[in-house]
Design a protein. Structure first.
Lengths: 157, 766
């Protein structure tokens, strides 16, 4: 089948898609956007998190057909050209990235949190990121990164 | 001071700073190419058929139905292994594809290449194998019985290795107070996030280029070459982006399979494991049964320790022998014990193969000896930290192997640091649900919740031990580009997330005083760097890079002396300039170099270690010891057995923090994995069959499970190590587990002799 989606602001089409393919598979293998990661394909790890019609979703759990006509924003769509989004910059600056496999999903989830809640408390940050597993960092610097992104956002608005 | 001891520093981003990772920007942009992201226009997808049986004889394999599926390009079995159908890290005992018998559930039997991953999987499912199912050996004690089925007849018995250690006179030693205990450690999984994957590309010269996520390129290369029956130089390995490792990438997974399929089809072949397959695709942490007896004087001085440890190595040897060596040599912990007897066994069973995982034998032992130290403290009526401090090793202490600790070993100080930190605030009367055991499941509002505090300290060896020739190779080149000096550092060392790429550049900046450093992609075109394991890369590859840089610097100063016609003595390279005290700045480095480039390749070794005496277990087996201590504070809902870890404090001596931020990252991450083993992580195996191969059923800590951490880093230089550094990655994983369990014991009064602790162990509904 054919699937049409808007990805990071561009209209994209994938042909010969099997009905069993997920949105994650289409993004990664058919549209060349490998930024979203597959670490479980079961909705447990959050590595595949993308915005689908403005709401973060595990793209491994979305059948490609379900995304037909949808608007998708992936980690590749967070930066503005060469300028990193402040969430991305904060992850870099605090050392919240080790292997980085969890990073794309965490960035989308953290980006969404700060959009919805410009001043999240620590428990709110933890709750918002509870669906994103990281095996390397123990989450301490991920907390630092989100707090820093919040501070920076508050400083500029 | 000789010139080789001078620092060329004064550029930013050198040793002791925390510059941003060079791969950081691409990682946050989603543009970093992990091994599972690789793609070629005409590539095929591989899939692996694995046996469902823990132990069975293969009567026949019929691939005809699989071949009929459109899109299938190859179906290969053991008959198609071009070279030797055997591999293994220490003892080659594992087939690339099973031929006559399968020895564990999930052992690969056949492989398929097809034009779509789903086609490959479906074809694999159509392969028909006739098995004669055999009775598996699943109990590690039973495996050692004289009448047990011997799983590897060539080996003679199911004991992979027995490590005895005898120190002092344990048989006649007597003590005022004696405590004994039996402990059990479940099977933990490394659960890295980036699954096993890689891409094999056939090359024009008949060789293969393999792009893969691994911990040690050269040991993979050697094993692949043997299995493919090809000369080593025809198998070129390139490190693809690695999504975490923690030991799980030391053994081969898809490497040979992808190369076989690529060679057979003449096309690039990609293999990516899913999460379930990943649980079968790598070795795990050895489950352990530990029996300890501790004897002490009534004022709390250890008199003797006797222990028997049995590690279940599963179906193939992997690194079981070395894990047993670690568990034994570190078996009494960082304590001075005059009389010791240790018997540690690593055994074959039909359970999943076990091998390297962060902590490597030291984790299991630490749960045993630290549980015992708490038990002993209780028997003596003594404070558990005080008891530990009274027996703590320090520099000059003698270990049970007879090895003298010859660099700082501040065990007492680390314990005091975590003890003396202020405790976290008491739980608020109206606590946020998210701060309570059970969290937003809303199982309690504080009723039945008790707080406990626990302590532990652990010890780890750094680097490969027992006489292993442990070295790394670095190639460092200095050149000028548009008049600006640039350093290129090339090693085969695997960046697995820990930040080794950053560290190599830092060392080059410090040694050569050049700001621009490019760390080249790791591959086998340069000599081996050894494994990214055993907390060894900062030490060994760091040492190699430093030495290569120093040789380059000496060559630059020779060149300057010659070109400028000045005396060599007194010349310095600093901040991109050649200078001397006498003449001041003589020339810019870029200008001196012009079109000359200077390159040095160095193979660097740490001081040698020695094998253990096979009867007494005596010997200087380790190059360096590393220590960390933890304090855990937990809240436990004693009615439901639910646990909330409130805070974890850690103190660790790192010798020298080459990159302080990366050091903290290792301590945080290692501590989290230790928490996981304490309260949630276990591969549940029954009858040799894995019951929970998914992230739905195998739980690793989330951001809600991890508490805030307080960390103290000591930097007491080890005079034998580059910059005085001490390996960092493993120690925090070792002590966090027993500290958490001790805190749960303090909250509940339960004995808790098995990890992970489950709710029913607390409520006794078991
Ligand atoms: S890959 Fe989608 S949640 Fe894990
Ligand atoms: S940085 Fe490796 S999984 Fe998060």
């Amino acid at each position: 089948m054919r699937v049409n989606v808007t990805v990071n602001g561009k209209q994209r089409t994938a042909d010969d898609v099997w009905p069993g393919e997920s949105l994650l598979y289409v993004l990664r293998e058919r549209l060349g956007l490998a930024g979203s990661k597959n670490a479980c394909e079961q909705g447990e790890c959050g590595s595949c998190t993308v915005y689908l019609d403005g709401v973060p979703a595990c793209s491994c759990l979305v059948a490609a057909g379900q995304a037909e006509g949808g608007d998708v924003r992936t980690v590749e769509g967070l930066a503005d050209g060469d300028r990193l989004d402040s969430v991305q910059q904060s992850f870099l600056d605090t050392g919240a990235v080790q292997c980085g496999f969890c990073t794309p999903g965490l960035l989308v989830a953290a980006h969404d949190l700060i959009e919805r809640n410009p001043a999240p408390s620590d428990p709110q940050i933890r709750e918002a990121l509870a669906g994103n597993l990281c095996r390397c960092t123990g989450y301490e610097k991920i907390m630092d990164a989100v707090r820093l992104a919040v501070e920076r956002k508050q400083a500029t608005t | 001071m000789t010139s080789t001891e001078q620092r060329s520093g004064t550029v930013a981003g050198g040793v002791g700073e925390s510059p941003t990772r060079p791969d950081g920007v691409v990682k946050v942009r989603g543009e970093f190419a992990y091994s599972s992201d690789l793609w070629r226009e005409d590539m095929l997808w591989g899939a692996t058929l694995r046996t469902p049986h823990p132990y069975a004889r293969i009567r026949s394999i019929d691939i005809s139905e699989a071949l009929k599926l459109p899109g299938v390009k190859a179906v290969l079995t053991h008959e198609d292994v071009p070279g030797e159908n055997i591999y293994g890290l220490e003892h080659p005992d594992q087939p690339v594809l099973a031929a006559e018998v399968v020895r564990y559930q999930g052992e690969p039997v056949a492989i398929v290449a097809a034009d779509h991953p789903e086609t490959a999987r479906r074809a694999a499912a159509r392969i028909d194998i006739d098995y004669e199912v055999l009775e598996p050996v699943v109990d590690s004690e039973a495996a050692m019985a004289p009448d047990a089925t011997v799983l590897h007849p060539d080996h003679g018995s199911n004991v992979v290795r027995h490590v005895p250690i005898q120190h002092g006179d344990p048989d006649s030693a007597t003590a005022d107070v004696v405590v004994t205990g039996e402990y059990e450690v479940g099977m933990q999984d490394q659960a890295f996030l980036g699954p096993e994957s890689g891409l094999a590309v056939p090359a024009e010269d008949g060789g293969i280029d393999l792009y893969v996520a691994t911990q040690w390129l050269h040991v993979d290369q050697k094993q692949v070459a043997v299995a493919l029956g090809m000369p080593v130089d025809k198998i070129r390995l390139h490190l693809a982006g690695v999504g975490g490792a923690f030991g799980a990438r030391e053994d081969l997974s898809m490497q040979v399979h992808a190369c076989m399929l690529a060679q057979y089809t003449g096309k690039p072949v990609k293999i990516v494991y899913g999460r379930e397959e990943s649980f079968f695709g790598h070795v795990h942490r050895h489950p352990a049964r530990l029996r300890y007896e501790h004897g002490a004087t009534k004022d709390g001085k250890l008199v003797y320790v006797k222990t028997r440890m049995v590690l279940d190595g599963g179906a193939y040897a992997s690194t079981t022998a070395a894990v047993a060596g670690n568990a034994a040599t570190l078996g009494v912990g960082p304590y001075v014990v005059p009389n010791v007897r240790i018997d540690c066994y690593g055994v074959y069973t039909n359970n999943p193969p076990c091998g390297a995982m962060r902590g490597f034998g030291a984790v299991q032992a630490c749960f045993g000896y630290e549980s015992q130290m708490d038990k002993l403290a209780a028997a003596l009526g003594m404070d558990p930290v005080e008891l530990r401090v009274r027996n703590a090793i320090d520099e000059g202490a003698v270990m049970p192997t007879g090895q003298v600790v010859d660099s700082p070993a501040p065990a007492a100080r680390l314990l005091e640091l975590v003890r003396d930190r202020p405790l976290p605030a008491e739980r608020a009367a109206e606590a946020d649900l998210r701060d309570l055991p059970g969290g937003v499941s809303n199982t309690t509002h504080g009723e039945g919740v008790r707080r406990g505090v626990g302590y532990a300290i652990g010890i780890k060896n750094v680097g490969f031990s027992e006489g292993f020739d442990d070295y790394s190779t670095a190639r460092v080149r200095l050149l000028a580009v548009d008049g600006e000096p640039l350093v290129s550092v090339h090693t085969a060392a695997a960046e697995v997330g820990q930040g080794l790429v950053t560290l190599q550049a830092q060392i080059a900046r410090t040694e050569l005083g050049v700001a621009q450093v490019s760390v080249e992609q790791a591959d086998t075109s340069v000599g081996s760097a050894g494994s990214s394991s055993a907390s060894r890369q900062s030490y060994v590859t760091g040492g190699a890079v430093r030495e290569a840089c120093r040789q380059v610097r000496d060559a630059v100063l020779d060149l300057a002396a010659q070109r400028l016609d000045v005396a060599r003595a007194g010349l310095e390279l600093s901040g991109g300039k050649i200078a001397s005290a006498e003449h001041g700045v003589l020339v810019e480095l870029g200008e001196l170099l012009g079109s000359t480039s200077i390159e040095r390749i160095v193979e660097w070794r740490h001081r040698p270690t020695h094998p253990l005496d096979p009867v007494t277990g005596q010997g200087n087996a380790h190059v360096q010891y590393a220590l960390a201590a933890h304090r855990a504070v937990v809240d436990v809902d004693v009615d439901l057995g639910l646990i909330k870890v409130v805070e974890l404090a850690c103190a660790q001596d790192v010798g020298k923090a080459i990159n302080p931020d990366a050091v903290l990252g290792q301590i945080h991450g290692g501590t989290a994995q230790g928490l996981g083993l304490a309260i949630m992580e276990e591969i549940q195996v029954s009858g040799g069959v894995v019951r929970n191969p998914s992230f739905t059923d195998y739980l690793i800590p989330t951001i809600l499970d991890m508490p805030p951490m307080a960390v103290d880093v000591l930097e007491l230089a080890d005079p034998h190590a580059p910059y005085g550094l001490r390996g960092v990655g493993e120690p925090p994983t070792i002590s966090s587990t027993p500290a958490v369990v001790a805190a749960i014991r303090a909250a509940t009064g339960r004995a808790l002799t098995r990890i992970p602790v489950r709710p029913e162990h607390i409520t006794s509904t078991d």
